[in-house]
Design a protein around this ligand. Structure first.
Ligand code: MLT
Length: 251
């Protein structure tokens, strides 16, 4: 069975280590590439100016180039999903399939853009640790927090180590992202949409709006998971992705 290249793009403000359960759990089916996007994790530093989803998409495709991979299944979670959609818009010939997790195609409303600027300023003026503390409760379902408190601590540490300039730049970049709802019917790549039934950051209607518009798409809702189903319910998440990759291989 061919191992399919699978490029996985992390959310905000995390890094590629969020995909550890997939690097390990999908190794028999996929060559998983889970880079730190520019400025995050171990990637070189960026300035605090906007880091657009288009720039991140170009950087993600450069990761494929660096490995000599022409086409991959491109997956992203939340901000990573915005980047995956930008990959499709800019480099469709590189996208064998799309995996859109806990994300949305619509742009921010004016109040959402203002909140992004507030996040950017908080990161720069007060530090990322504050953002980490505020975000972590929303990332996991309450039951996951109770059952696996170490997961919350791991996420908090992961966020707190991201550079303030990167967090500001990505927040400002997300505020600039275009509304892609009207582009979705033009997506010809097979697409799997995954979300958690407890995700309050990206409630189910954002996934339904994508599934209704992308012609060759399916939606999997993971019970008992919130914004990070890939770490909350990794076995189920991986089984769903595994089946998608196998179907793609047989198509
Ligand atoms: C993420 O997890 O990447 C963020 O929730 C995305 C966003 O703030 O829109």
């Amino acid at each position: 069975m061919e191992r399919i290249p699978l490029l996985l793009l992390h959310g905000f403000p995390l890094d590629g280590t969020i995909w550890t359960p997939q690097v390990e759990g999908l190794a028999d089916r996929a060559t998983v590439i889970a880079p730190d996007l520019p400025g995050f994790g171990t990637a070189p530093a960026v300035q605090a100016g906007p880091l657009t989803m288009e720039a991140l998409a170009d950087a993600a495709v450069a990761e494929l180039d660096a490995r000599g991979i022409h086409r991959a299944v491109v997956g992203g979670l939340s901000m990573g999903g915005y980047v995956a959609m930008a990959c499709w818009a800019r480099h469709p010939e590189r996208v064998r399939g799309l995996l859109l997790c806990n994300t949305r195609a619509n742009a921010d409303k004016p109040e959402g853009k203002a909140a992004r600027e507030e996040t950017a300023r908080t990161a720069l003026e007060k530090g990322v640790a504050l953002i980490a503390r505020a975000m972590v409760p929303k990332l996991l379902a309450p039951a996951t927090h109770r059952r696996r408190p170490e997961l919350g601590r791991w996420l908090e540490a992961q966020i707190a180590r991201q550079p303030a300039a990167t967090v500001a730049a990505a927040a400002r970049g997300m505020a600039l992202r275009p509304d892609r709802l009207a582009d979705l019917p033009g997506i010809t790549a097979p697409t799997l949409i995954i979300t958690g039934d407890r995700d309050e950051l990206m409630p189910l209607p954002t996934s339904l709006a994508m599934q209704e518009r992308i012609p060759d798409s399916s939606l999997a809702v993971i019970p008992g998971a919130a914004h990070l189903p890939n770490v909350e319910r990794p076995d189920l998440f991986n089984a769903i992705v595994h089946a998608f990759l196998t179907d793609l291989d047989h198509a």
